[in-house]
Design a protein around this ligand. Structure first.
Ligand code: ARG
Length: 265
């Protein structure tokens, strides 16, 4: 081989290696991309900031966990009730939406270990005349709420509570339950007043966030003892195990405490 040929073939080899590296870079990024689905109407767990970025406790937590598993994370905002179907249809890969682990959902998807505990609660507009308070026992409470207009997000455990405890028991007319795609739309109706909506039933930590610096108030806690989990497709055991291991480690870390302080205090 003469000198020029040698240089030429060396360059060719280098170019091919370069191309291969570049291509594998692309492929790898595709392979390691993971799509997280949420419903960004649920501060402090998931919501949008003034620039439209999806932020919140769940988002930071799930991003940290998936990034340490070497994934590139994309977050998609979809209605809460569409999260499980989207996971099954593979348009998303993980659900991070303050989703309560329930038996019914366990039949459709797999859940991580629990990461947060919450009860349901009642949010009202201050001075709206709604007379419910923490001194009511459950029986008094259900009696006093049954003739009000109640709002909840479609497909949530809050909506389920109303269905099971007020509608199915015959205490309340089905028409009194107004279902919303987003909790923020329910809150907008609550702010209009009793002509639209008397109360909202939703997870306590989120009700507290909606009540902060507003004309709203949390007046009652319904003890339901729910636990939130991240959702993955059924049978994706490998991903689930990796998420659980990371989550467990994360929950014992300093970062976890920092996140709790940032979003809940
Ligand atoms: N924890 C409740 C449930 O699982 C409500 C969750 C609503 N989440 C949301 N991001 N809007 O049904």
């Amino acid at each position: 081989m003469n000198k020029e040929k040698k240089i030429f073939s060396t360059l060719m080899v280098l170019a091919m290696v370069g191309l291969a590296v570049a291509l594998s870079g692309c492929v790898e990024e595709e392979v390691n991309k993971i799509i997280v689905g949420t419903s960004a109407d649920f501060a402090p767990f998931e919501y949008t900031d003034e620039n439209g970025n999806i932020i919140g406790f769940d988002i930071e937590m799930v991003t940290a966990i998936l990034e340490s598993l070497n994934y590139t994370v994309e977050v998609k905002d979809i209605g809460f009730d569409s999260l499980i179907p989207s996971l099954q249809a593979e348009t998303i890969d993980v659900i991070a939406a303050a989703m309560t682990i329930t038996e019914e959902r366990e039949e459709q998807i797999d859940f991580s270990i629990p990461y947060y505990e919450a009860d349901q609660s009642v949010l009202i507009k201050k001075d709206s005349g709604v007379e419910i308070n923490e001194s009511h026992n459950l029986e008094n409470f259900t009696a006093s709420i049954a003739n009000l207009t109640i709002g909840a997000q479609t497909g949530t455990t809050g909506a389920g509570w109303v269905q099971e405890n007020l509608i199915d028991t015959g205490l309340m007319d089905e028409a009194n339950l107004k279902l919303y795609d987003l909790y923020i739309d329910a809150v907008a109706d609550l702010d209009i007043g009793p002509a639209r909506l008397d109360v909202i039933i939703l997870d306590l930590p989120v009700a507290q966030a909606f009540a902060e610096d507003s004309g709203r108030e949390v007046v009652y806690t319904i003890i339901t003892g729910e636990s939130y989990g991240l959702g993955v497709r059924e049978g994706e055991t490998d991903l689930l195990n990796k998420i659980n291991a990371e989550l467990e480690e994360f929950m014992a870390s300093e970062e976890w405490t920092t996140l709790i302080t940032k979003y809940f205090e």
